[in-house]
Design a protein around this ligand. Structure first.
Ligand code: BTN
Length: 145
């Protein structure tokens, strides 16, 4: 018992330090990305399903930009170890397009939450011959507002 005590103490400290350093990443709230677009995720339910609003700073169209709804879900499986993956769709209210985002919610070295995402923007084209040019791809990084 006397020999085991220092070992248990070290183990306890190691586990304790680990759990302190792993700050949870929560999608709920207001975010801004590297293009200046704003996103609000109103809530995430127990199944990881969420909804919110997206105000893009840019558009591939000549239409007036309007706030658009988003719907998504984050990974909530039992083996989820924090810093969850997620996906969401923005159904643009001012254009014929749809964007899907996929990403992961990280806590960076300064303890700040960062959403690293990739997206596909599908624009409507007039016919099948134009399908080849209908999809744009890119990255966005979101930080909390
Ligand atoms: C459109 O132009 O038809 C709708 C707006 C698309 C905005 C794109 S979605 C990916 C990228 N990230 C943003 O925040 N805005 C652009």
């Amino acid at each position: 018992m006397v020999q085991a005590t220092p070992f248990l103490l070290v183990l306890f400290l190691a586990l304790g330090t680990h759990s302190i350093s792993v700050k949870k990443c929560n999608l709920t709230g207001r975010w801004v990305n590297d293009l200046g677009s704003n996103m609000t995720i109103t809530s995430v339910n127990a199944n990881g399903v969420f909804a919110g609003f997206y105000h893009t700073a840019v558009t591939a169209t000549s239409n007036e930009i309007k706030v658009s709804p988003l719907q998504g879900s984050q990974q909530k499986s039992p083996n989820q170890k924090g810093q969850p993956t997620f996906g969401f769709t923005v159904n643009w209210s001012f254009s014929d397009s749809i964007t899907v985002f996929t990403g992961q919610c990280f806590v960076d070295d300064d303890g700040k939450e960062v959403l690293k995402t990739m997206w596909l923007l599908r624009s409507r084209v007039e016919n099948i011959n134009s399908d080849w040019k209908a999809t744009r791809v890119g990255f966005n990084v979101f930080t909390r507002l």
